[in-house]
Every structure is written in structure tokens, then in C-alpha cells.
Design a protein around this ligand. Structure first.
Ligand code: AMP
Length: 422
């Protein structure tokens, strides 16, 4: 039996399958440019000889329904058994769960309707998530589908952290508050840190830094998120590949008045043309580092700004937590860029955060510590695996449901026995 994890985006579908037994990855892939004549599917699978194989195919794919059929067809051709057989459950990444969902849930009509009602909060993401769920429900009608929300892990934030200082009525009537995202990633690396450090999860204080094309920081107190850098939308907080992060809200009105740009144009600038791209023209940290190395002033500025913002959040979350067991770097940049890790921790010796140059530069792919001997706070690098976390949570929620069912079954049969005896 296997679990399929789906991340259905507006123009792409990412997926991974895991064997229920031991949760090892069996296949994964990405279909890009959905809705165009040249959709490209890259499918990888673990062959019977234990090596990963890969197939790449391009064809017109009109929509998500055709996309999933394409994925199933290619996977069944590539593997001996097709992907849609022996499926225990499907776990869907859903970006926005609002205040409605604090945990993963098995999807029924009410859940699906609620996710749809949350679309105004995530107009770029939730519609594509819903599309993925509906297609999978049609293709695998007897298989349970679970929604795992990016926002759920942060629902433990206290009111002082999640409220904006806006008229309270805007929270009550329109749900304007901070929600936070990247929950599965922060939760996954936090659990890995707990395992690695041998400290129980509910006793662990961490600052987790997910630094990829999207980037966010989370303060975790005793295993619970108590603050996070993304807000109502993923635009707030750290500097990202193309998103600006924290900004004076007045920039918005000023730009509209001064340049006559529309609402949508400004939204586009802040989401797609800002961040690293806005400063130096690219969102690829590898290019930025090598350009900065070669003396490119714009690239150097982008790098400095990115790391300075991370450092400010480390300081703020240190203050919020009072004591920190470890800082965790993850995401494409956090896992791979020694320069970013070093610069983000520069000058923090006063609060016990001291990276070690040799350990930080060592090429390694697994969980590792990079702090100096005299660093009070551990500094960890932990590869994230959001898909595995979604698979784990999917299995857990179904097992809980199965236990409930069997308890109800037991109760009913003991009632029956009792009545029979009477
Ligand atoms: P993600 O969104 O997590 O896949 O991360 C994408 C970001 O990670 C991009 O900015 C990449 O340039 C960056 N990245 C990937 N590998 C490296 C590397 N070896 N050094 C620096 N940045 C990297």
C-alpha cells in the first residue's frame, strides 16, 4: 500500500508516493506548464534494482484533470504497478486553512466547501488545491483524501503575535490577521531537530528558518509555533526570491498616487518583481553569490539585505522565546548556502550564536550542526521534506479515524452483547 502526496498549483502538479511500510519514497515528479501545448512531466521512480530512474515527456495538457491522467499513465508505463493501485490515502497540500483548520482533516463535502470559502484569503493558491482534490476524488473515489494545511502549525500563535494593530472589526468581519505559512516544513525540521538533539518536542525551543525561493522564520516554544514571519499572505516577513517581505504599508498608497499604477499592478510588483529579483535581477542565490564574488554591487547588496533581514528575525525571535536550544536552517538556500548561514549569524555572539567556519563550509547533505564549540545555541542544518511530513500527517489522521471507528464498533457490539444477554 502507498500514500500519494499532491501539491496542486495553478500551473504545476507536484507529487510523491510513499510506501506505507517505513514511509520510503517510491516515486515522485512534477508536471509543469499545465494549460499549455507543451506541458512537461518529469517522473522519477525507484526501480526494483534500487536505483532511481527518470522519464521526461512533453505533450499538450489542457487542465488538471488531463494532467493527473498524464501522470498516472506515465507512472504505470514506467513502473511495474501503476500509481493509482494499492493506494491507502491521498494527502493534499492546502495552502490556506484560515482559523477553521488547526489540524489535518479527512476531506468530505463540508471540508471542501470550507476550503473553497477560504479562497479570498489565498486567491493564488487555494483554487488550484481544490482543483487537485476534486480530480483525485473522481479518479480514486474509494480512497480517503486528506487536507494538510500550510497554516495549521501556526494556529498556536497567541493573539499578541497574530493580530495586526488595525481596527479590531477588520479581524472579526474579514479575517484580517497573521496566519503564517510553510507549516509542514517548519514542523518537519522541528521534529527532526528534536530527534537529533534528543530533546522531547514539547520541551524544545527553536528558531526555524525556511530559506528558499519563498522564505519564512518561525519561533517555536515547547514544540508550538508562537510567532512566524509570514502574515495574512506569504508576502510578509523575510526577503524572498521575488517577494518583498516586510514593507511600510504606505508604499502601496504612495506608489498608486505617484505612478498611477493600479491595485493589481502593485500587487504584482510586490509578489513577482521584488525581493532578490527586484534588487539584482535574479532570484537564484547561486548566481547572486557568484556575481557578488565577482564584484557586482547589486548582487552584493541583495545578498547583504537578505541576510540582514534573517538576522533581524533571529534577534526578534530570540527575544520572543527568551531561551533558544537551536537555530535550524532549511530550504534550498538554508541547506546549501554557507555564506548566507554565516552572514545571517554574524555579530550574534552576544546572544550565544556563533557559527564555526569549517563546519559551516563542510559539504554534507544530512542533518548537521555547524556552531562553534563556545556557541551556547546550537546551529543546525536540516534538509526539509514537506511531502514526507504531509504523508505522515495523512496516515496519522486516518489511523485516528480508524481507531474512532473501531471504538464505535466495539461499543456497538458490547451494547448488542449486553442487550442480547438481557
Ligand atoms: P527552494 O525554493 O527551497 O527550492 O530554494 C531555491 C533557492 O535555493 C534558489 O535561490 C537557489 O538558488 C537556492 N540554492 C539551491 N542550491 C544552492 C546552493 N548550492 N547554493 C546557494 N543557493 C542555492
Amino acid at each position: 500500500m502507498r500514500v500519494i502526496v499532491i501539491n496542486s498549483g495553478s500551473s504545476s502538479i507536484k507529487y510523491e508516493t510513499f510506501d506505507l511500510n517505513g514511509l520510503s519514497s517510491a516515486s515522485k515528479g512534477i508536471l509543469e506548464r499545465v494549460g499549455t501545448p507543451d506541458s512537461r512531466l518529469k517522473h522519477r521512480w525507484l526501480s526494483s534494482s534500487g536505483t532511481w530512474k527518470e522519464i521526461v515527456e512533453t505533450r499538450p495538457v489542457a487542465d488538471h484533470r488531463e494532467g493527473f491522467s498524464f501522470i498516472f499513465e506515465v507512472s504505470s508505463r514506467a513502473q511495474s504497478g501503476s500509481m493509482e493501485t494499492e493506494v491507502f490515502a491521498v494527502g493534499h497540500r492546502v495552502v490556506h486553512g484560515g482559523e477553521k483548520f488547526r489540524e489535518p482533516v479527512i476531506i468530505d463535502d463540508t471540508v471542501l466547501r470550507t476550503i473553497e470559502e477560504l479562497i479570498p484569503l489565498a486567491p493564488l493558491h487555494n483554487p488550484a488545491n481544490v482543483r487537485g482534490i476534486k480530480v483525485m476524488q473522481d479518479l480514486l473515489p474509494r480512497v480517503r483524501q486528506v487536507a494538510v494545511f500550510d497554516t495549521a502549525f501556526h494556529q498556536t500563535m497567541p493573539p499578541m503575535a497574530f493580530h495586526y494593530a488595525l481596527p479590531y472589526d477588520l479581524y472579526q468581519s474579514a479575517g484580517v490577521r497573521r496566519y503564517g505559512f510553510h507549516g509542514s516544513s517548519h514542523q518537519y525540521v522541528a521534529k527532526e531537530a528534536s530527534r537529533y538533539l534528543g530533546i522531547p518536542f514539547d520541551k524544545l525551543n527553536l528558531i526555524t528558518l525556511h530559506l528558499g525561493n519563498g522564505a519564512s522564520a518561525t519561533a517555536i516554544e515547547k514544540g508550538k509555533s508562537v510567532d512566524t514571519s509570514m502574515g495574512l499572505t506569504p508576502l510578509e516577513g523575510l526577503i524572498m526570491g521575488t517577494r518583498c517581505g516586510d514593507l511600510d504599508p504606505a508604499v502601496h498608497f504612495y506608489l498608486a498616487r505617484k505612478t498611477g499604477r493600479s491595485f493589481e499592478e502593485i500587487e504584482d510588483i510586490l509578489n513577482r518583481e521584488s525581493g532578490l529579483t527586484g534588487i539584482c535581477g535574479t532570484n537564484d542565490m547561486r548566481d547572486i553569490q557568484s556575481r557578488a564574488n565577482g564584484g557586482d554591487a547589486q548582487a552584493a547588496l541583495a545578498l547583504e539585505m537578505f541576510c540582514y533581514r534573517v538576522k533581524k528575525y533571529i534577534g526578534a525571535y530570540y527575544a520572543a522565546l527568551g531561551s533558544v536550544d537551536a537555530i535550524v536552517f532549511t530550504g534550498g538556500i538554508g541547506e546549501n548556502s554557507a555564506i548566507v548561514r554565516n552572514k545571517s549569524c554574524e555579530g550574534l555572539a552576544g546572544i550565544g550564536i556563533i557559527p564555526d567556519v569549517r563546519r559551516n563550509n563542510a559539504a554534507d547533505n544530512g542533518v548537521r550542526e555547524i556552531q562553534a564549540e563556545n556557541s551556547r545555541v546550537k546551529i543546525l542544518v536540516i534538509p526539509t521534506d514537506e511531502e514526507r511530513e504531509i504523508a505522515k500527517q495523512t496516515i496519522e489522521v486516518i489511523e485516528i479515524e480508524n481507531r474512532k471507528d473501531s471504538t464505535i464498533g466495539d461499543t456497538m457490539s458490547s451494547h448488542k452483547e449486553h442487550n442480547d444477554r438481557k
